[in-house]
Design a protein around this ligand. Structure first.
Ligand SMILES: [Zn+2]
Length: 243
């Protein structure tokens, strides 16, 4: 068996499927989905953010030419605002920040650069701080967000539509109900004190009952386009939040 064979085959697209030998001498760029495990109302699964981040990251990796490698998702995040709902598992901002820093330090030993694709708003301060530290340590790290203009906040039209597009089999349309549709800025004071439960007993911020797979397809494409173009424009040495 020619030991150099694995190194000549097509570049592997997923970290989980790759062998150490395939990655030897490659110094690839790594794209890491970052999600959460938290309640998403009565109609969406607790891994909704992880599903969205994974699908968007996969779409980005397919879109980008070159040696981009898709990592397995990090499926736990900072979801303290959803405590009190069964199914929520939050590791908090401090633990997530440390996890991401150690992830970057380890992966940075063989990956040329890394970008986290974040699917959960509660992770923002942890990922921003972790990427900032990794950059100060000399690693080429960045992050981008799965977001679109005009999105509602949580388990509403936006996320439900995207799931109808990427994972229709897990959307329980018989159980969906409208939640609190007030702007997030109006809800924040009460949410800071009592979490999402204080403003929406059903755990929904927005209205999922208007969701469609067609809209989900459009929103999903926008998320992929937005992140892919930011990553394409990302120059070595620049970084942080790609905007
Ligand atoms: Zn979500």
């Amino acid at each position: 068996m020619d030991s150099a064979y694995d190194r000549r085959v097509v570049f592997p697209s997923e970290l989980g499927n790759s062998t150490a030998r395939q990655l030897h001498d490659l110094s690839p760029a790594l794209i890491i989905p970052l999600g959460s495990t938290e309640q998403h109302g009565p109609h969406l699964p607790v891994d909704t953010d992880t599903r969205i981040a994974s699908a968007v990251a996969s779409g980005i990796a397919e879109r980008l030419a070159g040696d981009w490698l898709l990592a397995p998702a990090i499926g736990y995040g900072a979801s303290g605002e959803h405590e009190g709902f069964p199914g929520t598992v939050s590791i908090g901002t401090a633990a997530l920040q440390l996890l991401l820093v150690e992830y970057g330090r380890s992966a940075g030993g063989w990956a040329r650069r890394l970008v986290f694709v974040n699917g959960h708003g509660g992770n923002v301060s942890a990922v921003a701080a972790a990427v900032g530290l990794l950059r100060r340590e000399g690693r080429d790290a960045a992050w981008c967000a799965c977001r679109v203009d005009g999105a509602d906040a949580h388990a509403g039209h936006t996320e439900t539509s995207v799931l109808l597009h990427i994972s229709p089999e897990v959307v329980r349309t018989a159980d969906w109900v409208a939640g609190n549709e007030a702007p997030l800025s109006d809800l924040m004071p009460r949410m800071r004190a009592g979490g999402v439960a204080a403003v929406s007993p059903v755990g929904v911020l927005g209205n999922p009952t208007t969701a469609t797979a067609q809209d989900g397809s459009r929103i999903f494409a926008e998320m992929v386009d937005d992140c892919a173009s930011r990553i394409t424009a990302w120059k070595p040495g620049a970084g942080g939040f790609l905007q």
